[in-house]
Design a protein around this ligand. Sequence first.
Ligand SMILES: CC(C)(COP(=O)(O)OP(=O)(O)OC[C@H]1O[C@@H](n2cnc3c(N)ncnc32)[C@H](O)[C@@H]1OP(=O)(O)O)[C@@H](O)C(=O)NCCC(=O)NCCS
Length: 484
Amino acid sequence: MRNSNITYRALKRHEIRKFKQIKRHEIIEEIYYLREGKLVLEKEHWEVTQFDHMRERIQGFKKLFDEGGYLYGAFDGRKLVGLGSVCPKLIGKHCDTINVENMHVSAAYRKRGVATTIFAALKEKAVEFGGKKVYVSATPSKNTVYFYMGLGFKLTQEPIQELLEAEPEDIHMEMELCHMSGTYDFGRSTQILIRGRSYQFSADVLSQSGERKRYFKLAKKSFGLKFDTWYQSGFWDDRFIPYVLYDGRTAVSSVAVCINEVLWKNTTKRYVQISTVMTLPKYRNRRLNRWLMEHVLNEWKDKCDAIYLLANDSVVDFYPKFGFEKHTEYDFTIPVAKAPGEYRKLNVNRADDLTLLVEKYEQSNPFAQLKVKNLGLFMLHCLCFRTNDIYFIEQYDAIAIVEHRGNQMVCHEILAPPGASLVDILGVLARENTESAYLGFTPETTEDCLIVESQEEDNHLFVFPGKENIFKDNKIMFPLLSRA
Ligand SMILES: CC(C)(COP(=O)(O)OP(=O)(O)OC[C@H]1O[C@@H](n2cnc3c(N)ncnc32)[C@H](O)[C@@H]1OP(=O)(O)O)[C@@H](O)C(=O)NCCC(=O)NCCS
């Protein structure tokens, strides 16, 4: 099953009846309830065996199709194994919202990124339909709600009345599209010539399983990255966009764009982080990466507030070729000593711990001056690199991602309600010999901090000129877990 090749495409009208092929079966053990505006998870056992009202459903799909709706499917051979749809009608108070409907993946094909891929296509369509937001009335099962959260959906503050009345038990969620609308196209794949040789260029790697796997292989070979784990988790969203060149069936060069929401001095800005820049050794010095970098800069330079990247030693002379300028980040260290208190390690393989982590991420880091919001990227770090370093300190309702290095602890991130004390929380996690904590973010209060120019090896900040550059006049750093 794992190796079967799933293909994706819009459904034709006559294929709608294939919906019957989707196996709905699901055992649900936990259900979300919305109580006083908060999501509360409760243990409840349900076994869903099949779709009810199949005839009406199929008729509904046909009507949707006839009204210009878009049904996008995942196929294993000729069998339909996943579906999602959007209707062109703009709904909601501001007539700017597209409803995502009928997201279903056959039982045997779940947890393989199928729904994420379908959703990427639906979102593209929603933008095309003029939507500024997408809305979903989600089955309240933990897995479903958690899946949508992973995509970037949040609980809506303004439920759409007709949808709420139709499904009052559902969890009604929404997600902004405006940061993306008109900024980039999906589905771009084309042949290009570089120095007389033909390559296939794609900026639509996520939705094509073959291209995606080949890109993952390039990332693994170049940096040992486990992008597959991230993708399968459902947390890879379209804020991380790889631009890739293929030679035949091999991904040979790539530049990724990571779209971050940056919170700085009470404003939220869109910063583009250039990431995962790589070319297979055999293909280097053929100007492949130059072509990609120029393409990416051209596409993004007028669509964001700043462009930056973090480079290793081997490329400090590479990025200036595209105009990037080197800037200084600063390190912040505070004294910390062991304090009494209990903590427990979170296990990201346990759904309830993962849900807690996602919820706390929403709460963000109250001690940080410069915040970067990108759940997908944060989860990449948590799932692939910091799996063993995530702790929950119940007495402070806080999560801290911490590593011990001799008598210093490294606090990669800390998520807590406002009002808590950073030193108190870290003190609980400190060891007997701990003397200080290196902060993986710029603290709001720097009074007790030792502040020095970044001492980190193999890490150099580059900022693209002619745009915002908060590093010129401020002693700051990008949060460690926002690095792509
Ligand atoms: C850095 C890397 C992506 C360059 O890819 P590439 O496809 O060989 O680059 P190009 O051929 O397009 O080179 C573009 C220009 O940069 C120059 N260049 C390439 N690698 C360079 C390097 N490491 N340092 C300085 N200049 C470099 C080329 O000579 C060329 O110059 P020109 O256009 O003025 O003639 C590739 O060497 C690589 O994958 N390195 C390992 C991964 C890595 O460390 N990535 C950076 C992560 S921050």
